[in-house]
Design a protein around this ligand. Structure first.
Ligand code: SF4
Length: 386
């Protein structure tokens, strides 16, 4: 068993380029965060879709792969020690970690061996053993393999809490610069369409806990020449048409012994601005056409896209805090979903006469004040000198 743990640690350490569920994605870049460098630890602190924090084992069933994606550490022909588990062995090993309280959930992916269908079957077997044989009722995020068929996607949705397949690029042309052997439409996009169709047409009781799992995807950012506009246009489609819960952005970081090893890494700030903009599309009612792109389709990196939008649109026409509807409150920098609800609740009781009321709600008034009116007047706000 010790040898299995060592092999599992080796696999798991190589998985830190997968940002899904990472606990620190929404904060600003900080020195310890390195994007997709494989420098993390065996068990990853994770935040689940419901906000719960857990210890997540991110692992592969096999780090051997027959494909040659140019950005990927597991690409065929790259020289490193590959590790492969049988489904039963990995399921039992994880179950042991779970019973000892070392891991509370599992993110399970794999390199491709024998095609997408065969590899997907092994992933499904692992999840099925965990659920049916070993009685695991915790969190499972199951990857869908390129080439998996519809019935396998449906099976995955009956076993997992989250399912995903990485699009890697915003369209076919960009994918060709990253992974020329992957087929964008029928291998990568189609499974996301099936997930949406299954959620819409079949009863949720067929999910393992009475709910269909959420679906997510991931883009590699900055090496295929794609613009932020392309990435966020695809993101908007994925949120609004295919019902994805989240798109993850993984900044490109060159891996030695890959065709892209001499390309420059993408700055972490670009990934961060993409997350901010994607939340504006998903939660704040923005359309992609409203976002402040430069002529090259890139977001400004110096400040967040909501502040840039507000400076262009609200500075001359500030929003009256006592009258604005929810969707307009959400346009004011510093006002998020919870604070917009708090303002609406307060307004049902009394008129807001002073910006101090917003401050008492935890709203950063130094951000919000230039863009709003309080009872018809621009608030006089003295920024802190500290
Ligand atoms: S198929 Fe997946 S694991 Fe294999 S090289 Fe491509 S991205 Fe890497």
């Amino acid at each position: 068993m010790d040898g299995d743990f060592i092999r599992l640690m080796a696999l798991s350490e190589q998985m830190s380029f997968e940002p899904a569920e990472d606990h620190n994605l929404v904060g600003p870049p900080f020195p310890g965060r390195t994007g997709n460098c494989p420098d993390d630890v065996f068990i990853h602190p994770a935040v689940l879709p419901n906000g719960q924090k857990i210890k997540l084992l991110k692992t592969l069933l096999s780090s051997a792969c027959e494909r040659d994606c140019w950005y990927c550490p597991f690409r065929a022909g790259r020289d490193f020690r590959r590790v492969t588990f049988q489904s039963e062995d990995l399921a039992r090993l994880f179950s042991l970690l779970s019973r000892r309280g070392i891991a509370e959930g599992i993110f399970l992916s794999s390199g491709l061996i024998g095609g997408g269908i065969q590899t997907q079957d092994k992933l499904l077997d692992t999840a099925d053993i965990l659920r049916a044989k070993l009685g695991f009722r915790g969190y499972i995020h199951l990857k869908i393999m390129p080439g998996a068929d519809r019935s396998q996607v449906e099976q995955a949705m009956q076993l997992a809490d989250r399912v995903s397949i990485n699009l890697e690029a915003p369209n076919t042309q960009r994918l060709a610069k990253l992974a020329p052997h992957k087929r964008y439409i029928d291998e990568l996009l189609q499974p996301l369409k099936w997930m949406d169709e299954i959620r819409r047409t079949q009863p949720a009781q067929r999910g393992w806990n009475g709910h269909w799992p959420s679906s997510v995807t991931q883009f590699v950012v900055g090496v295929a020449g794609e613009s932020d506009l392309e990435l966020l246009s695809s993101t908007q489609y994925l949120y609004r048409v295919l019902g994805l819960k989240r798109t993850y952005f993984s900044r490109f970081n060159p891996i030695p012994d890959t065709p892209l090893e001499n390309q420059v890494p993408t700055p972490l700030i670009r990934e961060y601005r993409l997350y901010q903009a994607s939340f504006l599309l998903r939660d704040y009612g923005f359309d992609v056409e409203e976002l402040p792109f430069d002529p090259n389709g890139l977001l400004p990196v110096q400040q967040d896209p909501k502040l840039t939008w507000a400076q262009e649109h609200l500075f001359e026409q500030p929003i009256e805090i006592n009258q604005a509807e929810r969707h307009m409150l959400l346009r004011i920098p510093g006002i998020g979903i919870k604070s917009a609800e708090a303002i609406l609740k307060m307004r049902r009781q009394t008129k807001i006469m002073d910006i101090g009321v917003l401050k008492s709600m935890g709203i950063p008034v130094h951000r919000a004040a230039p863009f709003l009116l309080v009872n018809g007047y621009r608030p006089t706000f003295q920024p802190s000198l500290l």
